[in-house]
Design a protein around this ligand. Sequence first.
Ligand SMILES: O=P(O)(O)OC[C@H]1O[C@H](OP(=O)(O)OP(=O)(O)O)[C@H](O)[C@@H]1O
Ligand SMILES: O=c1cc[nH]c(=O)[nH]1
Ligand SMILES: [Mg+2]
Length: 217
Amino acid sequence: MQTTIFNQQQSIFNRFIAEIRDTSIQTDPMRFRRNIERMGEIMAYEISKVLPHEVKDVKTPLGIAQENVMTEEPVIASILRAGLPMHQGLLNYFDRAENAFVSAYRKYNEKGDFDIHIEYISSPSLDDKVVILSDPMLATGTSIELAYKALLVKGKPKHVHIASLIASEAGVQYVQNMFKDEPVTLWLGAVDAELSSKSYIIPGIGDAGDLAYGSKI
Ligand SMILES: O=P(O)(O)OC[C@H]1O[C@H](OP(=O)(O)OP(=O)(O)O)[C@H](O)[C@@H]1O
Ligand SMILES: O=c1cc[nH]c(=O)[nH]1
Ligand SMILES: [Mg+2]
C-alpha cells in the first residue's frame, strides 16, 4: 500500500507536528486546532497531486490559458470529534468537496477496557467516489476500520485516501493489513513506536479531542 510519512522529509509541516506535541504549546487550544487545520491543508495539497487532472482552456480577459486542473472533487469524510479541525483544513483547499461525518468514541467500562461506539453518520453517496477519510489520530486503527465499514452503507468508493497526523506503528500495520486488497493510500504525518496499555500513542500528543475541545464527562 502506498504510504507517505510527511515528517520523514524537511518542511514547515514538521513545525506544526512539533507544536501539537509540545505540552507548553498545547495550553493554547486555538493554536492546537489551527495547527491541525494547517496540516490538513498541507495534506490536501499533497493528495491533490495524485487526483485526476485534465488540461482545460480558461478564458482570461486577454486570451485563452491552458491549465492542468483537477477534474473531480473528493468526498472528505471525518471522524468526530477530533477530526473536525483537520476536516476544515482539507475543505479549505478542496473547497467544492462533498462532506461526510461519522462519530466514533471510546466508551470505557469499569475495568478500563473500551469499545468504540459509532452512533452518527451523515454522508452523500460514496459510490465510485474518491474519499479522503480523515482523523488526526490512528492508534489501534479500530476507529478508522469501524468508520470505513459504517460509511460503506453509503456506497463503495473507487479510492480511499486515509489521512492521519499521528499514527502508531501497530495501527499502521493494522490498517495496511485490513486494506491490503483495496484501492487505499495512506497519508501520515508521523509514525510513533508505541501504544500505551490504554491504547494511547507514545510519545503521541495525548487526547486530540480533549486538546481541541476540552475534556468530556
Ligand atoms: O485508532 P483508535 O485506537 O481507534 O484511536 C483513534 C481515535 O481516538 C480518538 O478519538 P476519541 O475516541 O478520543 O474521540 P474524540 O475525538 O471525541 O476525543 C481519535 O480522534 C481517533 O478517532
Ligand atoms: O493517543 C491517542 C489515541 C487515541 N486518541 C487520541 O486522541 N490519542
Ligand atoms: Mg478523544
